[in-house]
Design a protein around this ligand. Structure first.
Ligand code: SF4
Length: 504
C-alpha cells in the first residue's frame, strides 16, 4: 500500500500553483502561435503577439502571466489503495498548498478570494480556500490537477437546461456574443452536456484541463457526436469574427472541448465555460516516493516575436486635454507616457459615494486617465508586479459620475463598454482605451514608478499613481462614441461571410 505524506502533498500543490502562475502549457503556446500566424486582423494579431511575448517574459522572470492569478481549483483522483499520513481533511491540505504558493516571497501571487461573498466580501489574504473535487479510483497513486481560473473568464460561465430537441450549436452561438471580450479571447470553450446541472458544470470544468488538440481533430475528422460538435462549434464561433480581445478577427477560439454524460429523458443540461488567454493548469501524480517534480519547459517552446509600435501615437498624460482626445480615433494605437491613476470596483464605489455626499476626493482627477487594475505586489526591483487591465464593464455604472464630477477625462481597461458608458464618454468628449488582457507582465514593464495615493486599506484595489513609459493601448471608444468592439467584430464577421451580420 502506498503512503502519501502530508508534507509531500502540500509542497506538490504549492509548487504546482507557482509553476502555473508563470508557465503556460506547451500545447496552449503552440495553439496560440498557430492562431497568431493565421490571423489577418492587424489589431487582433498585435494582441496575440503581446500575449505570447508576455508569456515568454513571465516564464523567464518567474512572475505571473496575469495579474489575476485566479481562484485555485484542484481535481484529485485518489487511489483506493493509498494510505494518507495525515489527520487533516484533503481539502485542508490543498488549502495549505495554495497558501504557501500565493504567499511565496519570491513570486507572491495576488490574493483574489473574498469570504462572505454576499456580505462584507473580506479578502482571505492568501487566496484560500481552494475549490477541491475528490474522486476515489482504483489504484495506489494520487493524481492531481490544479488550475488557477481568472475571474474575467469565470464570470462568463453559462448554463442552460435545454429541451431534448434544442440545438446545442444554436445555443452556443446565441450566448458567445453576449460574453463580449471579458473572458480575454482567444482561448478555449469547454462544454459539459448531460447529467444534472452540477454534473454538466463539472464536465465542462474538467474538459478545460484537456490538451489543445484541435489541429489533430481537424486533420483526422470526428469519430463521435462530441467530436462533431467540437468541430462545428469551433468553425462557427470563429466565424462570429469576435477575434482576440474582441477587436475583430479570425481567431476567437483555439479549441472547443465537449464532454458528455447520460441524462434524464426530458432534458439536456449544457454548461459552457470559457478559458482565457491565461490558461493555467498542471497535472502531477504522487506515488509515495516524495513530492512531485514539474519539469520546467524549454524556452524553445516560445516563439520569438517582437512588437512594432512604429505607427503608434505617443501621448503625454501630464498635458493631455479633451481637445487632444478629440483627435484620437477608435482603433488607433497609443503609447501612454506620464502619470496614470488606478482604481477599480471598490475604489470607484467609494469615490462615487464621496461625491454624492459632497466630500472632497482624496485624489485630483482633473484631466487624468484612470486605469482599471489590481496589480500583483512588487518584488525585488520591480515598480509594480504584473498589472494588466481588469474588466471595464464592471465600472460602467461609475462612468457618468466620474466624468461629470471628478474631472476625469478617460479610462483604460479591458474589453467593451456598455451603451450607458459609451453614451457618457460621447457626452463628455472623453476616451476609453484598452490594454491587452492576459499581457500583464509585459504591461507592468511600462510602469516605471508606482505609489499608493488613496484607500490603502483596499489592498490591490487601492488607488495608485503609476508613472508609465510607452504603455501600449488601443482606443476602444473615441470621443464621438465610436466603439471598436462593435465595429471590429461586425467587419470581420461580414468578411468571413459564414454568419449573417445582424443590423443593430
Ligand atoms: S487573461 Fe483575462 S480573464 Fe484571464 S485571468 Fe487574465 S484578466 Fe482574467
Amino acid at each position: 500500500m502506498t503512503t502519501i505524506r502530508e508534507e509531500d502533498f502540500i509542497q506538490s500543490v504549492a509548487d504546482a500553483f507557482q509553476y502555473i502562475s508563470f508557465y503556460h502549457p506547451p500545447d496552449f503556446l503552440q495553439a496560440m502561435h498557430e492562431a497568431y500566424q493565421r490571423e489577418e486582423s492587424p489589431a487582433a494579431k498585435d494582441a496575440m503577439a503581446q500575449i505570447l511575448i508576455n508569456s515568454r517574459m513571465a516564464a523567464e522572470g518567474h512572475r505571473p502571466i496575469c495579474q489575476d492569478t485566479g481562484i485555485a481549483i484542484a481535481f484529485i483522483r485518489a487511489g483506493m489503495d493509498v494510505r494518507w499520513d495525515t489527520k487533516k481533511p484533503l481539502a485542508e491540505l490543498v488549502n495549505e498548498g495554495v497558501r504557501r504558493a500565493y504567499t511565496n516571497a519570491d513570486n507572491p501571487l495576488r490574493a483574489s478570494v473574498l469570504a462572505d461573498p454576499d456580505g462584507k466580501r473580506i479578502n482571505t489574504g492568501d487566496n484560500t480556500p481552494a475549490v477541491t473535487h475528490v474522486e476515489l479510483v482504483p489504484g495506489d497513486k494520487v493524481e492531481v490537477i490544479v488550475a488557477a481560473k481568472g475571474g474575467g473568464s469565470e464570470n462568463k460561465s453559462k448554463f442552460a437546461m435545454l429541451l431534448p430537441s434544442d440545438s446545442i450549436v444554436d445555443w452556443v452561438l446565441s450566448v458567445v456574443p453576449t460574453m463580449g471580450a471579458d473572458w480575454c479571447p482567444p482561448g478555449m470553450l469547454s462544454l459539459g452536456i448531460g447529467g444534472t446541472p452540477e454534473k454538466a458544470m463539472l464536465l465542462a470544468k474538467w474538459g478545460m484541463m484537456e490538451p489543445l488538440d484541435m489541429h489533430e481533430l481537424r486533420a483526422r475528422g470526428p469519430r463521435n457526436r462530441a467530436e462533431e460538435l467540437r468541430l462545428e462549434i469551433f468553425e462557427k464561433v470563429n466565424a462570429l469574427g469576435i477575434g482576440a480581445q474582441g477587436l475583430g478577427g479570425l481567431q476567437t477560439v483555439l479549441d472547443v472541448k465537449v464532454n458528455d454524460y447520460p441524462t434524464h429523458a426530458v432534458g439536456k443540461p449544457v454548461a459552457l465555460l470559457p478559458n482565457c488567454a491565461a490558461s493555467r493548469h498542471a497535472h502531477f501524480v504522487l506515488d509515495g516516493s516524495g513530492p512531485a517534480h514539474l519539469e520546467a519547459p524549454s524556452l524553445e517552446s516560445w516563439p520569438k516575436l517582437t512588437l512594432d509600435f512604429g505607427k503608434s501615437r505617443r501621448v503625454n498624460l501630464d498635458t493631455l486635454t479633451k481637445a487632444e482626445i478629440a483627435t484620437f480615433k477608435a482603433g488607433e494605437t497609443l503609447l501612454l507616457n506620464g502619470k496614470l491613476l488606478t482604481g477599480r470596483d471598490a475604489a470607484h464605489k467609494r469615490l462615487v459615494e464621496m461625491m454624492a455626499r459632497g466630500e472632497k476626493l482624496p485624489v485630483d482627477f482633473t484631466n487624468k486617465l484612470i486605469y482599471y487594475v489590481g496589480p500583483v505586489n512588487a518584488v525585488r526591483d520591480e515598480a509594480v508586479g504584473p498589472a494588466g487591465p481588469t474588466t471595464s464593464s464592471r465600472m460602467d455604472r461609475f462612468v457618468e459620475p466620474m466624468l461629470a464630477q471628478s474631472g476625469l477625462i478617460g479610462m483604460v481597461g479591458k474589453s467593451e463598454r456598455g451603451p450607458v458608458a459609451i453614451e457618457s464618454i460621447k457626452k463628455h468628449g472623453a476616451l476609453y482605451c484598452i490594454a491587452v488582457g492576459g499581457a500583464a507582465y509585459l504591461v507592468s514593464k511600462a510602469i516605471r514608478k508606482a505609489r499608493v495615493v488613496a484607500f490603502e486599506d483596499l489592498g490591490m484595489e487601492a488607488i495608485h499613481e503609476f508613472e508609465v513609459k510607452d504603455m501600449p493601448v488601443t482606443v476602444a471608444v473615441d470621443s464621438t462614441g465610436n466603439a471598436l468592439h462593435k465595429t471590429g467584430p461586425a467587419q470581420w464577421r461580414a468578411r468571413i461571410g459564414k454568419i449573417p451580420v445582424a443590423v443593430v
